[in-house]
Design a protein around this ligand. Structure first.
Ligand code: ZN
Length: 379
C-alpha cells in the first residue's frame, strides 16, 4: 500500500497549471495548496479548531525543532504528533536539514551526516538520513521529507555538483531507513541550485527511487524571483505528472500564483504568520501595515473584500491599537486574517484552473495587489 497518492484532476488550458487532490492516511486535500507552518507543533497563535474553520487540511511541522523540544520520545508516547497537538488532518514534516544548515553554528558535513550545535543549548548533536527518518517515524506525519544537504546561495558549480550527488546518496539511505512506508509517504527533494544540468541530474537520480512525491529545494533562499521562476520552468517538466510537486518555503501571493503556473501543487511558508505578528497584513489591494499611524481612526475592516472572522468583526483602528499595545489578541486576529487570505487565494486559484482562466486571474490579482506598479512593495 502506498501511503500518499496524487490524483490529477485537470490542467488549466490557459497556463498548464494543475488541479489535483492528494490522499493521505489523515484525509485528502485539494491542490494547489498552501500549508500553514506549525513549527513547534502549533501554528503560532492559531488553535487547531481555528485552522479547521479557515479550511486548512494540511499543516507543516519542523522535525529539527520538535527533536530538540519536547523530543520525539514524548510525542511518540503521546500517540504521535496528530494526537499530541489534537490535529486530525494531514501533517507534513520537513527533514530537519534546512534548520541545521540555516540556524546552527559549527556545522561539519561528512558523508555520514552533519555535526552541529543546538541553537538552544549549544549541545553537540548529529543528524543523518537515518536519524531524520527515525524522528519523523516517531512523529508519525503523513508526509515525511528526505534529509538533504541545503547548499548556501549562491554556491559554485563544483560545490553544487558534490552536494547534489550526496543528496541522492542520502535519499537512498532515507528510503532504506524509513520504517513505516505503509502509513507515511516519503518525498524526495530535487536540488541543484541554478544549474540546469544539475537539476536534471537530481531529478533523474531521485525519480529512479520512485518517491510518492517530490519537492523542489534550494529556492526562496535569496535569489531573485525571476531566477526562481526560471528554475521552476525547467525543473517541473522533469517530474512525474502523477505525483505531487512541492515548492518549499514560498508564501508571498505573487510567488504562489507564479509557482502554480509553473506546475507546483504544494507550498509552505512562515511568512503569513510571521508578518502578522508585526502588524503587516496581506489584503486584496496589497500589503497593509496596520500598525501605521494613518489607521488610528480608520474604523473600516482590514480588507473590505475579505469575509474572515477578523474582517467581519474588527476595524483597522482596533487592530492597530492591539498591535501597538502588544496585546495577544492583535497577533491572533492578524494571523487569522493572513492565513485565511492565502487559503482563500489558493481556493480562487483552484477555481480559476477549473475555469481555464488562471492567466486572466493572475493579471487581475497582480493589478489589484499593485504588483504591476514599478517599485511595488512585496514581503
Ligand atoms: Zn480577513
Amino acid at each position: 500500500m502506498v501511503a500518499v497518492t496524487y490524483e490529477l484532476i485537470k490542467t488549466c488550458k490557459q497556463t498548464g497549471a494543475r488541479l489535483g487532490r492528494v490522499h493521505t492516511p489523515h484525509g485528502s486535500f485539494d491542490t494547489p495548496v498552501f500549508m500553514p507552518v506549525g513549527t513547534l507543533a502549533t501554528v503560532k497563535t492559531m488553535s487547531p479548531e481555528e485552522l479547521e474553520e479557515i479550511g486548512a487540511n494540511i499543516i507543516l511541522s519542523n522535525t529539527y525543532h520538535l527533536w530538540l523540544r519536547p523530543g520525539q520520545d514524548i510525542i511518540k508516547e503521546a500517540g504521535g504528533l496528530h494526537k499530541f497537538m489534537n490535529w486530525k488532518h494531514s501533517i507534513l514534516t520537513d527533514s530537519g536539514g534546512f534548520q541545521v544548515f540555516s540556524l546552527t553554528d559549527l556545522r561539519k558535513i561528512e558523508e555520514r551526516g552533519v555535526h552541529f550545535r543546538s541553537h538552544i543549548s549549544g549541545e553537540k548533536l548529529f543528524l543523518s538520513p537515518e536519524k531524520s527518518m527515525e524522528i519523523q517515524n516517531a512523529l508519525g506525519s503523513d508526509i515525511m521529507m528526505a534529509f538533504d544537504e541545503c547548499p548556501p546561495y549562491p554556491a559554485d558549480y563544483k560545490y553544487m555538483k558534490n552536494s547534489v550527488e550526496r543528496t541522492s546518496r542520502w535519499a537512498e539511505r532515507c528510503l532504506s531507513a524509513h520504517k513505516r512506508p505503509d502509513d507515511q509517504g516519503l518525498f524526495g527533494i530535487i536540488q541543484g541550485g541554478e544549474y540546469e544540468d544539475l537539476r536534471k541530474q537530481s531529478a533523474k537520480d531521485l525519480s529512479s527511487l520512485d518517491f510518492p512525491g517530490y519537492a523542489i529545494g534550494g529556492l526562496s533562499v535569496g535569489e531573485p524571483k525571476e531566477v526562481m521562476n526560471h528554475i521552476l520552468e525547467y525543473t517541473t517538466p522533469l517530474l512525474d505528472t502523477g505525483k505531487p510537486r512541492y515548492l518549499m518555503g514560498v508564501g508571498s501571493p505573487d510567488s504562489l500564483i507564479d509557482g502554480v503556473i509553473r506546475g507546483i501543487d504544494m507550498f509552505d511558508c512562515v511568512l503569513p504568520t510571521r508578518i502578522a505578528r508585526n502588524g503587516t497584513c496581506m489584503t486584496s489591494s496589497g500589503r497593509l501595515v496596520v500598525r501605521n499611524a494613518k489607521f488610528a481612526r480608520d474604523f473600516s475592516p482590514l480588507d473590505p473584500n475579505c469575509d474572515c472572522h477578523t474582517c467581519r468583526n474588527y476595524s483597522r483602528a482596533y487592530l492597530r491599537h492591539l498591535i501597538k499595545a502588544d496585546e495577544i489578541l492583535g497577533l491572533r486576529l492578524c494571523s487569522y486574517h493572513n492565513l485565511y487570505f492565502l487559503l482563500n487565494l489558493m481556493e480562487q486559484v483552484r477555481e480559476a484552473i477549473k475555469a481555464d482562466r488562471l492567466g486572466d486571474f493572475r493579471e487581475e490579482f497582480f493589478e489589484n495587489y499593485g504588483f504591476n506598479k514599478p517599485n511595488a512593495k512585496n514581503f
